[in-house]
Design a protein around this ligand. Structure first.
Ligand code: CO
Length: 134
């Protein structure tokens, strides 16, 4: 059921500073910063051969990643995202195991315009985990 690793999201107080390391020291292809006001983040996409890294910086007063950066001021691993073919089937299978889906338990449209859900980190090895339907 689970497919490819779609992206790894890293929260940082400065996407510009984090992007510079990936671009200048590691030689990665790095996008310009993209503001996503509906999601409360500014994103830089780092494109790797087999996946993407999304560098996230808070945008606006109510950014969903602001509490994470308060706990981790220098930034850190925020979430991983795996691809699934049928997100409603994935949600149903997770619910059967007792794993908690954040929010009201139903998929939402994510930052890439596709249905996503997030699994509570305490129910999946301590890492916030996103599933995205592709
Ligand atoms: Co994500």
């Amino acid at each position: 059921m689970i497919g490819r690793l779609n992206h790894v999201a890293i929260a940082t107080p400065s996407v510009a500073a984090a992007a510079a390391i990936y671009r200048d020291a590691l030689g990665a292809a790095v996008s310009a910063p993209v503001d996503l006001p509906d999601h409360g983040v500014t994103v830089v996409f780092v494109t790797l051969d087999n996946t993407k890294i999304e560098l996230l910086e808070p945008l606006g007063d109510a950014s969903p990643i602001a509490p994470f950066l308060e706990r981790n001021p220098s930034g850190g691993l925020h979430h991983v995202c795996y691809e699934v073919e049928d997100i409603r089937a994935a949600a149903a299978a997770l619910a059967k195991t007792g794993a908690r889906i954040l929010g009201d338990g139903t998929p939402k449209i994510g930052a890439h315009g596709k249905p996503v859900l997030f699994i509570h980190p305490k129910d999946i090895g301590g890492v916030l985990t996103e599933l995205e339907e592709v």
